[in-house]
Ligand binder design. Structure first.
Ligand SMILES: CC(C)(COP(=O)(O)OP(=O)(O)OC[C@H]1O[C@@H](n2cnc3c(N)ncnc32)[C@H](O)[C@@H]1OP(=O)(O)O)[C@@H](O)C(=O)NCCC(=O)NCCS
Length: 393
């Protein structure tokens, strides 16, 4: 047998530029996030999710007439085919919501006669359908698993308010819908993160939008990506009270664990989105007369950062998932829906990327992704292994 081959340690494509994009930019050094030339922090609270989805898909902010038409188109596409509800009703009630979402996406393709038309116009239409339907799927699954009938969407409500309506059967108060809308805006797009890369990789094969988006949903579900927000909430519940934060953090760091919601592959400063989500969490806590989840988060941020610095000799920062956990909790949303909610928003960015990957013109010359790997298995040298028939082994 040959000597062991050298194993490449620097994996994960960190620092490797794989494509050009006009959709978004993250400057990790200064904590700047730009969607098609607009700062995400300026959009949150000022532009609705519908405006931002339009911006991502059509490369400009809509004027009023365009926004009205786009919002109407979304409202018209919110409903799901009846047999999708029937399929969901047949799933085990403890199926993970992200798995349900990932399973339903390709099922929607069965109901789309345009699925194999490979052109930008059709891709845009499918993007609108998916943006509209993601919220319906997530809300319907939550009701079905709890033994309740799904609630039909209300076309008079905006995307954020309608989600709560479909989830709870009643429209939310305006400011709660406004906070949720801002959270959707902040989660809409984030350049070539793992799930977006997954979507673009599948799109690069010329697979259709549904197949590309299903891959992205799977990627987002992971604990190191979108799955972190649910795990932040679990962590807060495990800690229980502010006086237990120090011991909890020390134990995590001593046992080689990670504090969910801290750290980021790109940001070398606090995630700008976290600073917008945190005050919203505080406000909803104050309104509920119970700031304990916000207080616990704040203490965990301070203690976690200090303990990490002490142990590793460098800084760590909060990411978007850290304060979205307590925020969504205050909104009365079940913690295992936090990552699906991320997807309800990120579908807008993913679909823009699929379109850019396949039809991007100057921004992205379509090409099939096909990276290299170094084979470090047995017989990695020049001598191949002779085949031995099963009877002689
Ligand atoms: C997001 C994440 C994967 C980015 O990681 P990264 O910058 O590539 O850094 P690495 O995973 O290579 O970690 C570098 C070191 O910091 C440590 N570290 C990173 N994030 C940490 C965290 N949240 N808590 C404790 N330690 C952490 C790692 O254990 C590693 O330690 P080592 O050098 O002793 O092995 C990582 O910070 C993480 O796991 N965070 C928690 C999950 C999370 O919140 N994900 C959502 C991201 S938006």
């Amino acid at each position: 047998m040959e000597e062991a081959c050298e194993i490449i340690q620097n994996t994960g494509l960190r620092g490797v530029t794989i494509a050009s994009t006009k959709i978004s930019d993250v400057d990790g050094k200064i904590g700047k996030l730009v969607y098609r030339g607009c700062l995400a922090k300026d959009l949150a609270g000022k532009a609705t999710f519908e405006e931002v989805a339009f911006l991502l898909l059509y490369e400009k902010l809509p004027d009023q007439a365009e926004l009205n038409a786009f919002s109407e188109e979304l409202a018209k596409n919110r409903e799901l085919p009846q047999n999708i509800f029937a399929a969901m009703a047949a799933f085990p009630k403890d199926a993970l919501p992200m798995d349900v979402l990932q399973a339903i996406v390709p099922m929607l393709a069965h109901h789309d006669p345009g699925v194999n038309e490979h052109n930008q116009e059709t891709a845009l239409k499918i993007a609108v359908k998916l943006i509209a339907k993601f919220a319906t799927i997530v809300a319907a699954w939550d009701r079905i698993r709890n033994g309740k009938a799904p609630v039909d969407p209300d076309p008079s409500l905006g995307h954020a308010a309608n989600f709560f309506y479909m989830l709870n059967g009643e429209a939310p108060e305006d400011d709660l819908a406004g906070f949720f809308d801002a959270a959707l805006v902040l989660h809409a797009e984030h350049s070539f993160n793992a799930s977006t890369f997954a979507a673009r990789e599948v799109a690069s094969t010329k697979a259709h939008m549904y197949a590309s988006i299903a891959a992205a949903v799977g990627s987002l579900s992971g604990a190191l990506h979108g799955g972190a927000n649910t795990r932040v909430m679990n962590m807060l519940k495990d800690i229980g009270s502010v006086d237990k934060v120090e011991a909890y953090v020390q134990n995590i760091l001593d046992t080689g664990g990670v504090i969910m919601g801290l750290g980021h592959a790109v940001y070398q400063t606090d995630d700008p989105r976290a600073h917008i989500l945190a005050p919203m969490s505080q406000t909803l806590g104050e309104r509920a007369g119970d700031t304990s989840w916000y207080d616990l988060s704040k203490k965990l941020e301070l203690v976690g950062k200090a303990a990490f610095k002490e142990k590793k000799g460098r800084e760590i920062y909060v990411n978007v998932d850290f304060y979205s956990a307590s925020l969504y909790h205050y909104m009365g949303i079940a913690s295992d829906l936090f990552t699906p909610i991320f997807a309800i928003s990120r579908i807008s960015g993913w679909s823009a990327h699929v379109i850019e990957e396949q039809f991007g013109g100057a921004a992205a010359k379509p090409a099939l992704y096909r990276p290299e790997s170094d084979y470090v298995g047995d017989y990695c040298g020049p001598d191949e292994c002779a085949f031995v028939p099963v009877d002689d082994r």
